[in-house]
Design a protein around this ligand. Structure first.
Ligand SMILES: C[S@@+](CC[C@H](N)C(=O)[O-])C[C@H]1O[C@@H](n2cnc3c(N)ncnc32)[C@H](O)[C@@H]1O
Ligand code: SF4
Ligand code: SF4
Length: 330
């Protein structure tokens, strides 16, 4: 249970966002918003050139080494397509060599995953890759993401990764969005990928991005994207166990597109200072005491109800653990 492990001396996961750019425009994702709407709602998604420099990446790794223990996971992705970053294999190798992570992973749309790139990533030490499929044929890809691509090629590339990865203990998970499947295609999905992936699953589209029209309302969702039913959650657990570094060095307390709180910037403050800072503790205390909806930027975010693991839910323990974080608590 997360509640019994708090406060964490080292966050469970560190997300380093290689880029906020994407070559797809999936119709349920913020990347499909008109650029001016995206710029207005999420200015950090369009700022600068959108790619982290290796100089900053290395600075983040040096800072990450000063936490007392290793991260369970270092994820090199965020709200864009990680394979667009030309230095991704080098980044993976440097995370491995830094010895800071039990697992190194990212999620990708898989469109750029050639055999050559697969070998470089696996040889660099990538332990897990998740490929998000957007259909079982090229027509569906066009419909959902507005791209022309050859679905058979994606499948071949996944098969290559799986075969090469087996020799090196690198895993590949394949998932597909429910909206990308036609009726009766579930079985086809499982049979197509059963022998060429380590795990397969279907995810539900959730109202993740303010600005996109979804069938489901933004608030009070009671089923997560993995299909688990639950009562709506008040406290957001994510900032208690993760840190997220954006390409410009800003650090937010979750991997959501929103920046509910900026702990600092890696160019001027270290990750450890940020993680231990009083300001961040007050942010966590507000979340525990009044719920995430008391934080204006968190209000439209459905992450606590969408991606939280049941063992991480803090609602029932919020009062008990509040004194750990509330510096003014008596
Ligand atoms: C934002 S993408 C970034 C990584 C990469 N571009 C990809 O698509 O895998 C990360 C994951 O979020 C999922 N995602 C995006 N919008 C979503 C939504 N509205 N509901 C559920 N999952 C969503 C994508 O399918 C993908 O698996
Ligand atoms: S879900 Fe991934 S691939 Fe699709 S538009 Fe969003 S970031 Fe790009
Ligand atoms: S509610 Fe969303 S934006 Fe706020 S801390 Fe949680 S994940 Fe981040």
């Amino acid at each position: 249970m997360l509640a019994d492990a708090l406060p964490l001396v080292t966050p469970f996961s560190l997300y380093i966002v290689p880029t906020v750019r994407c070559n797809f425009r999936c119709n349920y994702c913020a990347q499909s918003l008109d650029r001016d709407v995206l710029a207005k709602k999420y200015p950090h998604m369009v700022s600068d050139n959108g790619f982290i420099t290796m100089e900053l990446f290395r600075k983040v790794l040096v800072q990450a080494k000063s936490f007392p223990s290793r991260f369970k996971m270092v994820s090199i992705f965020g709200q864009g397509e990680p394979l667009l970053h030309p230095d991704l294999p080098e980044m993976v190798a440097e995370v491995r060599d830094a010895g800071i992570a039990e697992r190194i992973e990212f999620i990708t749309n898989g469109s750029l995953l050639t055999p050559d790139l697969s070998r470089r990533l696996i040889d660099a030490g990538l332990t897990n890759i998740r490929v998000s499929l957007q259909g079982l044929n090229s027509k569906k890809y066009h419909e959902i993401c507005g791209v022309e691509l050859d679905f058979e090629k994606i499948k071949e590339n996944i098969a290559y990764y799986y075969a090469y990865g087996r020799e090196k203990d690198a895993r590949i998970f394949v998932k597909i969005m429910d909206v990308a499947l036609e009726e009766n295609e579930e079985e086809m999905f499982y049979s197509l990928f059963d022998s060429i992936s380590d795990r397969m699953y279907i995810e539900r589209v959730k109202p993740v991005y303010d600005g996109i029209k979804y069938e489901e309302a933004l608030s009070n969702i009671t089923m997560d994207r993995y299909g688990v039913l639950h009562t709506p959650r008040k406290v957001c657990p994510l900032p208690f166990y993760m840190l997220n570094v954006w390409p410009d060095g800003d650090v937010s307390p979750c991997d959501a597109i929103y920046k509910p709180y900026i702990l600092g910037n890696c160019n001027s403050t270290t990750l450890l200072e940020m993680w231990r800072s009083g300001g961040f503790r007050s942010f966590l205390a507000q979340n525990l005491r009044y719920g995430k909806n008391s934080i204006p930027i968190c209000t439209p975010c459905c992450a606590p109800d969408d991606v939280s693991h049941p063992a991480d839910v803090l609602d029932d323990d919020a009062k008990r653990i509040l004194p750990i974080f509330d510096v003014n608590f008596r």
